[in-house]
Structures are given as structure tokens and as C-alpha cells.
Design a protein around this ligand. Sequence first.
Ligand SMILES: *[C@@H]1O[C@H](CO)[C@@H](O)[C@H](O)[C@H]1NC(C)=O
Ligand SMILES: *[C@@H]1O[C@H](CO)[C@@H](O)[C@H](O)[C@H]1NC(C)=O
Ligand SMILES: *[C@@H]1O[C@H](CO)[C@@H](O)[C@H](O)[C@H]1NC(C)=O
Ligand SMILES: *[C@@H]1O[C@H](CO)[C@@H](O)[C@H](O)[C@H]1NC(C)=O
Ligand SMILES: *[C@@H]1O[C@H](CO)[C@@H](O)[C@H](O)[C@H]1NC(C)=O
Ligand SMILES: *[C@@H]1O[C@H](CO)[C@@H](O)[C@H](O)[C@H]1NC(C)=O
Ligand SMILES: *[C@@H]1O[C@H](CO)[C@@H](O)[C@H](O)[C@H]1NC(C)=O
Ligand SMILES: *[C@@H]1O[C@H](CO)[C@@H](O)[C@H](O)[C@H]1NC(C)=O
Ligand SMILES: *[C@@H]1O[C@H](CO)[C@@H](O)[C@H](O)[C@H]1NC(C)=O
Ligand SMILES: *[C@@H]1O[C@H](CO)[C@@H](O)[C@H](O)[C@H]1NC(C)=O
Length: 543
Amino acid sequence: MTGALAVALLLLYSSATVAVSGDGSPDTALTAAPGDVALLPCYSVGNVTPTVTTWVKNGRGLISGGASVDIPTGPTPAGQRLTVLHDGSLNIREVRRGDEGTYLCASTLPGNNTFHARVQLQVASGPENLSISIRPTSALPNETLFTTRGSSVSFNCSASSYPSQLLSWAFSGRFYSNTSLAANNGSWLDMKIKDIQPSAQGVYTCRAHNNISHQAVNKSTQLLVYYVPDRHPECMWTPAADESSVQFTCTWFGTYPLPTLSWEEDGAENTGAQSKSRVYASEVTNSLSLVLNRTLLSDGQTLTCRAHHPALAAGKEASCSFTLKPPYPEGDPLATALEDSSKTLTCSESTSKPPASTTWRKGLQQDAIVYGSKYLLSEDGPTLRLTIVNVSKDDEGVYFCRSENPLGVRELEVYLTVKTSSAYTGAFIGVFIAVLIVGSAVIIAKTVYSSRHKICLGGGFGQMDEDRGDVLSLVDSDDEQIFQDSVPRLPPVTTTTNGRHTTLVQIHRIPSSDHEDADPTDASPQQQDDTELTEEPEDLVTF
Ligand SMILES: *[C@@H]1O[C@H](CO)[C@@H](O)[C@H](O)[C@H]1NC(C)=O
Ligand SMILES: *[C@@H]1O[C@H](CO)[C@@H](O)[C@H](O)[C@H]1NC(C)=O
Ligand SMILES: *[C@@H]1O[C@H](CO)[C@@H](O)[C@H](O)[C@H]1NC(C)=O
Ligand SMILES: *[C@@H]1O[C@H](CO)[C@@H](O)[C@H](O)[C@H]1NC(C)=O
Ligand SMILES: *[C@@H]1O[C@H](CO)[C@@H](O)[C@H](O)[C@H]1NC(C)=O
Ligand SMILES: *[C@@H]1O[C@H](CO)[C@@H](O)[C@H](O)[C@H]1NC(C)=O
Ligand SMILES: *[C@@H]1O[C@H](CO)[C@@H](O)[C@H](O)[C@H]1NC(C)=O
Ligand SMILES: *[C@@H]1O[C@H](CO)[C@@H](O)[C@H](O)[C@H]1NC(C)=O
Ligand SMILES: *[C@@H]1O[C@H](CO)[C@@H](O)[C@H](O)[C@H]1NC(C)=O
Ligand SMILES: *[C@@H]1O[C@H](CO)[C@@H](O)[C@H](O)[C@H]1NC(C)=O
């Protein structure tokens, strides 16, 4: 029974190539797996039964037997594992590793003929227990593996084969099909992909081939390469079609697979001591919109878009957020323009979150200003400019830079004063008069100084004009230098002698001498006045 099975098995393995050897005997090649029963035929070409058959392996005698010999001729290392069957075939009950080799048999046939045959036995097993491991990876529920872009991934494949095997890694991806990556004849095959990229995503197959038994096994696994971009998600705001609500949009493109985005408000829900963030929306998408009613928005509120993705390193968060702020337009509240010229009013709105809609308005009715030949409107980042062309008196008045966002409205009020060209001329005249007054003041000061003794006695400026002689005498005095210097630019006084610096302090007082405190004692040289000269240009200019 077993013998018949074994023969059937052997015939399967056997390539049964019968060649004619030099002396006319057939050559047979057999392959058996460990544990198999192997039957090595000797005389198989005729019908007669050999009387005795002797088997020799690798040149060393093994066993003899046959129809006329029932007991093996002496002990052999194989013991009872080997038997010569009635027809002279060699039966190996349980093939082991090491049984491979070249077997020669000699059968004595009736009629004093000897038959020789040669059998090539090969022992082969496997491949079996093929296993693959790819690290570092994580497994999805469907057993597909995924790793992260940039990782250094090791692929190890192992299998058992006797006497040898050929292991190989092959890859099939989007751009390649069945590309051989590595191969060797060892018991395991290891390869590494450094800095793995999405192009390396695909199916990896390890194949083990035993070229003795011609058996092959393989195992495949799908490997996905996940990635996220370096940049963070982007939070945007768009006015909703409906005035009463705002649409917040969060986008995060360039990820694989799609991320999970959620709009949250941190600390929105107070549950006792713990404050938890409130989740408004959460979805597997690369663009998530949230429409909120304005009544739900408040100053300082923070809306955060958080992204979750398996390719994000542990502890790393990808998010963007908005901290809502009401608008706050800023600028100069007062502006002056000359008639017939152009005037530009400037307003800057950089506080508002979400960005405000900022417009220029005119008058207390806040009429919208429309771009045209009269009004030029321009925007430069947060700065808005309104240019009023050919300013006329009618343009004088209040302007508003009105800024509105979903949290509210705030205005910057700018008052424009329009000066006529005649007022401009008047200003020149004013300056001219001022210079004149300064000039005369200096002269008066000089007069006062030169006639200080008289002032002390007489007590009044009224006397100065009468003392022209003194003015002339002053020119000849030692103080001439000081006097001349002081006329055009009112320099600091050199306090060389007995409190002369008060001379110029008097100049300061002369323009305002039309009021009561023009006390003659003030003008006296004895006054050690600490008033500093630097104050004087201010007084003169504002005059
Ligand atoms: C068989 O042949 C051998 C030599 O080849 C010889 O010695 C022997 O006597 C022969 N036997 C018979 C029975 O013819
Ligand atoms: C293959 O694996 C099985 C079970 O894990 C084990 O019993 C057997 O010895 C292994 N075969 C080889 C050749 O390692
Ligand atoms: C396993 O699941 C992932 C994602 O769900 C999918 O991309 C992949 O094609 C699946 N693999 C197989 C072999 O079904
Ligand atoms: C590959 O796997 C085999 C069997 O599990 C193991 O003996 C071998 O050390 C591994 N090689 C590497 C480089 O990890
Ligand atoms: C892949 O290629 C190898 C040799 O390069 C071949 O033996 C094998 O059959 C191929 N597999 C497929 C699925 O094409
Ligand atoms: C693998 O092949 C090399 C030569 O190609 C050989 O030296 C080595 O012995 C082989 N190893 C096995 C286990 O067959
Ligand atoms: C089996 O593979 C080895 C290398 O691994 C090679 O030397 C040998 O010739 C191959 N045998 C056959 C029968 O292909
Ligand atoms: C893997 O084995 C299957 C049969 O089990 C075969 O169809 C396939 O071509 C083999 N793939 C490779 C790459 O050898
Ligand atoms: C926004 O809220 C107000 C007050 O709760 C309500 O009257 C209004 O209809 C809401 N608007 C929308 C678009 O839901
Ligand atoms: C400026 O406006 C006045 C009327 O306000 C008009 O007469 C004059 O032609 C305008 N000049 C220009 C250059 O537009």
C-alpha cells in the first residue's frame, strides 16, 4: 500500500529522464523531499527478475539483495531504512537530507548477464514558512501597510528551503510593474529604502524559489506612503451670502490620504472646573466650511481649525485659528486742504478679524463716496486712501472711514478744513508782519537796554521813543556784538558780565508788552531772570 503510494509520489517528482549510458544502462534522476519514501529503480527494461542486485552510493557499497537474497549482506549505516526490493529496486523508507547522491546498481540476471544502472537522487524541500516584515509601518484594517514619506523602510523576507533557494523582492507600482529590486540565495533577504517617497507606493512581493524541487512561493503586501505638507492648514473667512452669518473655511491641500479637519472653539463649553473645546464641524476633507450666525461671535473668541492625519508625527499638531477682533480704523482726525488742490485722506484698518469691509463716507448722513473724477479711492494693504480732486469750499466738513466686520462697526471721523487761496496769501502777510514785529522788538530791546537807567527811574516804555540819542550811543557801546547777533536768530546770550543776558529776555516780553505785566521793574538790568532764551523762538512763532 505505502509502497504503491511512494512510487506514485516519486513518479510525480521524477523527471524520469531515461538516458542511455555508455554501456547501454539507463540513467534516472529523482527528487525527493525529506520524509518521503524513495524508490530507486535498477533493472526496469525487461520482464525477468534479477537474482541479486547490489547498490553503491558515491562509490561506496550500500546494500545487496534480491529474489535470492532475503537478508541484507551485512550491516550498513542506513540500517533498515534501506531495502532492496524483489525486483532489485532500492527502497528508502524515509528520505533524509544527505541521501542525495549518485546511486549505481548492478543486477545479475538469469543467463549470467549483469545489468548496470545509475540513479541521481536529489533531496529538496520547501520553500516554506515564507514571511515578510516591513518596518516601520502600521497596518490598516484590511492588512495594507502604511508608512510616512521620508522614512527609512526595511524590507525583510525569509523562507526555508533545502538545499537552497532564490529569494527576491519585486515591486509593482503606479509607474513600474513587477520590477525586481533585490535577490539572493540565502535564508533571508533584507533591503532598505531610505527617504521613501510616494512613488514607492505599491505592492511588494517576496518570492522564494527552490530550483531543485522547482517549487516557488510568494507573498505580497500593499504599502501606502502617507504624507502631509510642511505648511499648516489655512484659515480663511468669506462673507456669507446671508448678511447675518459668516463663513469660515479651512483648507489643507497636499496630504495623502485626506485629513480630518474640524472647526473648534477652545474653552467654549465650561463643564464645571474643566473647560472643553466645542466642536462645530468635523469631516474627512481637505476643505471644511463653517457658517456661523453673527450672534454667536464675540470679541476675543478664538476659532481653531485642527487637522488630524496619520502622517503627522505624534505630538505634532497642524492647525490655524482666528481670534476675532472688532474693526478699528485709524488715522489723523484733522486735515487741511487748499482750495483747488487735491487732498488725500488716509485711514488704516489692520486690527479687524475677520477682515472688515472699510469704506469712505461723507457728511453726517454718511453718504457713500463713489469712485469717479471727483473722488479717487485706493487701497494699499491695510491702508485706504481717499483723494479729493480740485478741493472746493463745499468739500469742507466731516468724512468717515467706516469699518465693518461681523462683530460690529467702527468709524474714524476726519474733519477737513478748506483754506482759500486768499487765506494763504494772508498767511504770508502774517509771517511778514511777524518778522517785522520781531525786528522792531529787537530794536526796542536794544533801546530799553541802552536806556535801562532811565527805565528804572522813569518806569515805563513810553519814555523809550523819546531817547533816540541813547539808541545811537548804544551802537558805540561795548555791547554792540551781542546786539547784532541777536537780531536774526536769537542766539543764546553770552553771560559775560553782570547779568546782561536779561537783555534778550526783554525781547521775549516786548511783543506781549501790551498787557499789564510789562512792569518797568521787570525790564531792569538788576533782574536776575532765569527765563531761558530757548523759550523765545516759540513765543515769537506762535504770535
Ligand atoms: C558467468 O560469467 C562469469 C564471468 O563473466 C564466469 O566466471 C561464470 O562462471 C559464469 N557462470 C556461468 C554459470 O556461466
Ligand atoms: C515552518 O513553520 C512551522 C510552524 O511554524 C514549523 O513547525 C516548521 O518547523 C517550520 N519549517 C521550517 C523549515 O523552518
Ligand atoms: C486597504 O484600505 C486602503 C484604505 O482604506 C485602500 O487604499 C487600499 O486599497 C486597501 N487595500 C486593499 C488591498 O484592499
Ligand atoms: C530577517 O528575518 C530573519 C528571519 O526572521 C532574521 O533572522 C534576520 O535577522 C532578519 N534580517 C534583518 C536584517 O533584520
Ligand atoms: C514578475 O517577474 C518575474 C521575473 O522577473 C516572473 O517570474 C513573475 O512571474 C512575474 N510576476 C508577475 C505577476 O508578472
Ligand atoms: C549562494 O550563492 C553563492 C554563489 O553565488 C554561493 O557561494 C553560496 O554558497 C550560495 N549559498 C547557498 C545557501 O546556496
Ligand atoms: C539552482 O540555483 C543555483 C544558484 O542558486 C545555481 O547555481 C544552480 O545551477 C541552479 N540549479 C538549477 C537546476 O537550476
Ligand atoms: C505568486 O504566486 C502566484 C500563485 O500563488 C502566482 O500567480 C504569481 O504570479 C506569483 N507572483 C510572483 C511575483 O511570482
Ligand atoms: C441668526 O440669529 C438670529 C438671532 O438668534 C436669528 O434671528 C437669525 O435668523 C439667525 N440667522 C440665521 C441665518 O440663522
Ligand atoms: C475745479 O472746480 C471749480 C468749481 O468748483 C471749476 O470751476 C474748475 O474748473 C475745476 N477745475 C478743474 C481743474 O477741474
